[in-house]
Design a protein around this ligand. Structure first.
Ligand code: MN
Length: 319
């Protein structure tokens, strides 16, 4: 369902998209399952309509997409392809987190996103925080415009994005319409079980490693928890780049706000992922120049000396 009287905007974005022969899809750096899911679904749907849609991504990301058994038929967009194509930006709130600068080579741009709007950087933007995920928005976008070209693989990609951004349909962002969309996927006999396995099955070695990491979690006032993953610790436990391990602290009744910090080698700064069930931690992220969702946000700091300031900001939010 298209919410907040945005039907006209959605139609006009569709009109723009179908007026192009070349479309490049852009997601955010460190793409998550919602970024992948929405991008792959959009690309496949457009390709089903004979529009040459490709994804702008690094080789590493492409290999991850292939590994994740998504869709090998979607080619990577190179500079030549991107130049003068239409950019579709998905699941991205701020332009500085664009996966690559080639975005600026595009002739025109549209954006579909569910982060709070802080910036306008595309010509047409459908931004609405009433959806649990960009994948949910792409799902409704497809249904509103050309549902005939929806297929099983698109449903699967969207399902993974929706489940993972909504915390398995648990977060408050999950609405009746989210279930309604997922219910429609049943008509396409999507492999629900298989996708859930992909998302939630764990390896014993990871569970073992996580159990060792638990003792590195610091707790303040019995309600704020945090974990600092210094490069040495990351190396010792083979923690993948970009994993703040915040989920180790979630669903614990005492913890009202929790965050994970890791070293970003490429950008030479500390990255912080902050979460809460009830408190709008985006306010904390904004204080440190970051952003995201109300209950799941991120920002960077230059020194661990700033950790005390983060804790103070959390304490203030909890008051
Ligand atoms: Mn998202």
């Amino acid at each position: 369902m298209i919410k907040n009287n945005n039907e006209k905007l959605v139609k006009s974005i569709y009109k723009t998209i179908t007026s192009y022969k070349k479309v490049t899809i852009f997601m955010h750096t460190n793409p998550d399952n919602d970024a992948y899911g929405s991008s792959l679904a959009m690309a496949r749907w457009l390709r089903n309509m004979k529009i040459d849609a490709r994804i702008a991504a690094t080789d590493k990301i492409i290999s991850e997409i292939v590994k994740g058994q998504y869709d090998k038929s979607i080619p990577k967009a190179d500079k030549k392809f991107i130049t003068n194509s239409l950019a579709i930006v998905l699941d991205l709130g701020v332009s500085k987190n664009l996966i690559c600068d080639d975005f600026y080579l595009c002739k025109d741009s549209v954006r579909i996103d569910h982060h709070p709007k802080v910036e306008t950087f595309c010509k047409k933007e459908w931004v609405d925080t009433m959806y649990c995920s960009a994948s949910e928005m792409v799902g409704w976008f497809i249904l509103a415009n050309n549902p005939k070209k929806l297929d099983k693989k698109i449903c699967e990609a969207l399902y993974v994005g929706i489940l993972s951004d909504s915390g398995n349909l648990q977060f408050p962002s999950t609405q009746a319409s989210t279930y309604e969309l997922v219910a429609k996927f049943y008509d396409y006999k999507f492999d629900k079980q298989e996708k859930q396995k992909e998302l939630y099955l764990k390896h014993w070695k990871d569970v073992e490693m996580n159990s060792k990491l638990l003792k590195h979690i610091q707790v303040v006032d019995n309600q704020i928890a945090y974990l600092i993953i210094k490069p040495k610790l990351a190396k010792k436990y083979n923690i993948p780049d970009g994993d703040a391990k915040v989920y180790l602290m979630s669903n614990i009744e005492e913890f009202k706000i929790w965050f994970g910090i890791y070293w970003n080698k490429e950008k030479q700064c500390w990255k912080v992922s902050i979460r809460s069930r009830d408190y709008h931690v985006r306010e904390v992220a904004t204080q440190f120049g970051g952003g995201g969702h109300d209950l799941a946000s991120g920002f960077t700091i230059n020194s661990l000396k700033e950790v005390n300031q983060i804790i103070e900001a959390c304490q203030k939010l909890l008051q």
